[in-house]
Design a protein around this ligand. Structure first.
Ligand code: BES
Ligand code: MN
Ligand code: ZN
Length: 489
């Protein structure tokens, strides 16, 4: 799919579909221009109820008078004061609706009060995300010959260098989101820890970042007892994958990104209930988002150094699996009593976090993990849970979430939660006293980061959707990229 900026006259755009927006209570500038040129044909349609300003509704009108385009597509924007929240919904509805045309021009820089550069980035990003074919595993696909436009253009008054850059970057981010979604949606019998390692190596060689794959033998040598404890029940070998992208100065310390990569989480001996267990194939979404963020950062050639570390394994019950009551010795030397084998994410992450800090001395670490069901209870599917030991870092992530519409909400750490992790026999237990499950999980991780500025993103509720639109969401890739881009300013 070709993505371009189109300047010139709106009414003269030769395209299969010209997309304009209307609010509930009024027209946008472009809709007004179309209305005038069509001698109020658009107003009549609205009066008749054929086109509405209700958010996300789409009307398609062939042979519309007054415009050079073959069809007029009218998308409802809701109320003007709703702003940015409506923008994303209207944009994706409009783009999804034109999947069958060859060419489309969208005029949306006049939607709400938003910067044209921000809009340009959103348009190319969303176009890739919603229109480009996604991998599926159906022998008889729902949409046989996948249809998508050959080109989608954003109508702008003037092609400025800023708009051109933003538009190009949006497409790269869109591809990153797509990559994370594909990894997340891939079934666990295909997407094994080994598969994750292979994907990283492929991406590293095409996008020019270094990839080192640590096999279990190497993890043993590093004394990653907690990570290996989780891996003990699975026949699939576990891997830690380290990706290094160097876009900054040689001596500059890197930013570190760490991801939970449970390619399947059955809970281990503390087995999960059968209902919905298939969804635990998404338990590598943190790792997928880190891989996608690395790939995107490398494509964008961000002028910083980034190290991405993911831990990939399965959590399965078996004769060799870790058992409740077992005590594991972490990379840091701290011992952990496993009171519930289903609290495995923190066991993988604790070794990864202390190793990453030890080895790379990063300026900051952000981890992403589908860590707790408790976070889904607390925040649902809207906000990612954010925990941090550093005010500035927390504020930067909150802001990046707002800017990218991939929002997070800060939740607390503190003595009370750390104390809840006391064990009778080891330094720490892997579960806390009842209550505040997302907070005690984060407090567990905090024990392994020392003074390094660190933030933890609990994406259990945001990385994938269940129900009718079941699937990976690609979150928190937009948040991570927005955050990384801000670090370069
Ligand atoms: N991967 C799960 C968390 C999860 C739950 C993600 C639901 C997405 C949706 C994690 O490994 C887990 O099982 N956590 C336990 C921790 C508990 C045993 C302390 C949980 O949340 O129930
Ligand atoms: Mn689990
Ligand atoms: Zn898990």
């Amino acid at each position: 799919m070709k993505l371009t900026l189109a300047a010139g006259k709106l009414l003269n755009q030769k395209t299969d579909a010209l997309i304009v927006g209307i609010y509930r209570e009024k027209l946008t500038k472009s809709a007004e221009a179309v209305d005038k040129a069509s001698k109020n044909a658009l107003s009549s349609l609205i009066k008749e109820g054929d086109a509405t300003g209700c958010l996300g509704t789409v009307g398609i009108f062939p042979n519309f008078p007054g415009i050079a385009a073959k069809r007029l597509v009218v998308v409802g924007l809701g109320k003007e004061e709703d702003g940015v929240l409506n923008f994303q919904k209207a944009l994706s509805s409009a783009l999804k609706a034109v999947y069958f045309v060859k060419t489309a021009v969208i005029s949306c820089t006049d939607w709400f009060d938003l910067s044209p550069e921000w809009i340009a980035e959103q348009v190319s990003c969303t176009a890739i995300d919603v229109l480009e074919k996604s991998v599926d595993y159906k022998s008889n696909p729902d949409r046989p010959a996948w249809k998508q436009p050959k080109s989608v253009s954003l109508f702008v008054e003037e092609k400025t260098p800023e708009l051109t850059t933003a538009f190009a970057e949006g497409a790269v981010i869109g591809k990153g989101i797509k990559l994370a979604k594909e990894l997340g949606d891939a079934p666990a019998n295909l997407c094994t820890p080994k598969y994750m390692a292979e994907q990283c190596m492929k991406l590293g060689s095409s996008l020019k970042f270094d990839v080192t794959v640590f096999e279990e033998k190497a993890l043993n040598k590093l004394k990653m007892g907690c990570f290996l404890g989780v891996a003990a029940g699975s026949k699939q070998p576990a891997y830690m994958i380290v990706m290094e992208y160097n876009g900054g100065q040689k001596k500059e310390s890197p930013v570190a990104l760490v991801g939970k990569g449970l390619t399947f989480d059955a809970g281990g001996i503390s087995l999960k209930p059968a209902k919905g267990m298939d969804e635990m194939k998404y338990d590598m979404s943190g790792a997928a988002s880190i891989v996608a963020a690395m790939a995107t950062a490398a494509s964008l050639k961000l002028p910083i150094n980034i190290v991405g570390v993911i831990g990939c394994t399965e959590n399965l019950p078996s004769g060799s699996a870790v058992k409740p009551g077992d005590i594991l010795c972490s990379y840091s030397g701290k011992t952990v009593e496993v009171l519930n084998t289903d609290a495995e994410g923190r066991l993988v992450l604790c070794d990864l976090l202390s190793y990453t800090i030890d080895k790379f001395k990063p300026i900051l670490v952000v981890d992403a993990a589908t860590l707790t069901g408790a976070c889904v209870v607390a925040l649902g599917h809207e906000y990612t849970g954010l925990f941090s030991n550093n005010e500035e870092l927390a504020l930067e992530l909150l802001q990046a979430g707002e800017n990218s519409l991939d929002k997070c909400w800060r939740l607390p750490l503190g003595r009370a939660y750390t104390k809840a992790l006391k064990s009778r026999f080891a330094d720490l237990a892997n579960i806390g006293a009842p209550g505040a499950g997302a907070c005690t999980a984060a407090a567990f991780l905090q024990e392994f980061v020392g003074k390094t500025p660190w933030a933890h993103l609990d994406i259990a509720g945001t990385a994938w959707s269940s129900g009718e639109e079941k699937g990976s969401t690609g979150r928190p890739v937009p948040l991570l990229i927005s955050f990384l881009k801000d670090l370069t300013h």
